[in-house]
Design a protein around this ligand. Structure first.
Ligand code: SME
Length: 159
């Protein structure tokens, strides 16, 4: 495994198409969940430079903070609360162009302006979410949804 990432400076689609095989190579054959989640968020941070990128994992009736890149964040989120808890409750990806317009949004940082949350689903059950925050409005779209869902599908979760 090469430890150096090659960073693409193309379109959003080209950037995902460049980073996804590299993420796959990083996690292939590695069974440790935390190691893989850590490398995924680090690779996404290096490629896209978003403000905050991280996983939350379902533990009992809450989401609990897992590997992330960016400023310190809320540790626990209840089902149905904020963007993350709503994505969990609905078992669907949520794209939020303006976090201030999302009722109940949990502001871990006032610098976060837009957000996408992708649920990680195994055996029809949400077992975690990938949360990405941007310091710009309206950063995320269907392209991000498609590729981030592809990335969360690659992770083997043994939790
Ligand atoms: N904004 C999220 C909380 C998590 S942080 O952004 C890292 C939410 O509303 O669920």
């Amino acid at each position: 495994m090469a430890e150096d990432l090659s960073i693409s400076i193309g379109s959003k689609t080209e950037n995902y198409q460049s980073i996804i095989p590299q993420i796959k190579a990083l996690i292939d054959g590695e069974p440790d969940l935390v190691a893989n989640l850590a490398n995924i968020v680090a690779a996404l941070k290096e490629q896209f430079g978003w403000f905050w990128i991280g996983f939350y994992l379902v533990k009992k009736d809450e989401l609990v903070l897992a590997p992330f890149q960016g400023p310190v964040a809320c540790t626990r989120i209840k089902k149905g609360r904020g963007v993350c808890g709503t994505s969990w409750a609905k078992a669907e990806t949520l794209i939020v162009p303006d976090v201030e317009a999302f009722p109940g949004h949990i502001a871990c940082s006032s610098l976060s302006k837009s957000e996408i949350v992708v649920p990680v689903i195994r055996n029809n059950e949400v077992i975690g979410v990938l949360d990405v925050d941007s310091s710009e409005l309206d950063t995320f779209d269907e392209t991000d949804k498609k590729f981030l869902e592809e990335i969360t599908d690659m992770v083997v979760f043994d939790v």
